[in-house]
Design a protein around this ligand. Structure first.
Ligand SMILES: [Zn+2]
Length: 184
C-alpha cells in the first residue's frame, strides 16, 4: 500500500507500507528539521542531590514537565538550573519536519496519510528516506489496531460492543506496555 502526500510547497512525499507494517517515507528531505528526544537523567540526578533532605520530591514523570515551566513575570525558568542540564539523546529521532511539511512526531496517528489507526513509534533514517516504525500489538505484532485471528487480544475483545471495546483497548495498551517492559 502506497499513499502520496503533497505539502504546502507542492513537494510530493510517498508513504509505503512494508511487509512488517512499518512505513517508508520518501521525498525531498534536503531542507528538513529533526528533533531529538530529551534526556532528563542528568537534570533529575542533580535535583535529587540538591534536595537530599527534602520530604516531598517530584517523581521523575512530574519533573520532566515541571522543569520546562516558565515564569512569565520574572521571565525565567522556574527550575533554571535543571533545565540547563536537560540533554538530548543524539542517536534518536522523535520528530521530522521537512520544509513545507508534513510535521510528524512520535505518538502521532498516521490516519491523515492513509494509514488508519497506525501510530508512530520511532524514526529510522534509511538510504531513500525515513522509515517510520509503527506501534505493534505485543502479541501478534500487527499494526493499526488489527489482530491476527489467533491473537489473545482479539479473543478477549471480540464479543464486546464499541464503548466497552474502547475501554478494553486502553487496558490492552497498558497490559502490552507492562508486558513489553517485562521483556526488556
Ligand atoms: Zn494482536
Amino acid at each position: 500500500m502506497k499513499n502520496t502526500y503533497k505539502n504546502r510547497y507542492g513537494d510530493t512525499y510517498t508513504f509505503t507500507r512494508d511487509e512488517n507494517h512499518d512505513i517508508l517515507w520518501e521525498g525531498n528531505f534536503e531542507y528538513c528539521r529533526t528533533g531529538m528526544p530529551n534526556d532528563y537523567t542528568r537534570a533529575y540526578a542533580a535535583y535529587l542531590k540538591d534536595n537530599e533532605h527534602v520530604q516531598s520530591l517530584m517523581p521523575f514523570q512530574q519533573f520532566k514537565d515541571a522543569v520546562h515551566e516558565y515564569d512569565d513575570e520574572t521571565h525565567q525558568y522556574i527550575y533554571d538550573k535543571y533545565v540547563r542540564m536537560v540533554d538530548s539523546l543524539k542517536d534518536e529521532i522523535d520528530m521530522v519536519d521537512p520544509s513545507g511539511g508534513p510535521y510528524i512526531t512520535r505518538g502521532m496517528s498516521l490516519g491523515s496519510f492513509g494509514f488508519k489507526n497506525y501510530v508512530v513509534k520511532d524514526f529510522k533514517p534509511v538510504d531513500t528516506g525515513i522509515k517510520i516504525i509503527t506501534e505493534k500489538c505485543a502479541y501478534c505484532n500487527q499494526a493499526g489496531g488489527i489482530h491476527k485471528m489467533g491473537c489473545e487480544t482479539r479473543k478477549m475483545t471480540v464479543f464486546l460492543d464499541d464503548q466497552v471495546k474502547d475501554y478494553y483497548d486502553q487496558m490492552d495498551k497498558e497490559v502490552h506496555q507492562n508486558r513489553a517492559n517485562l521483556n526488556e
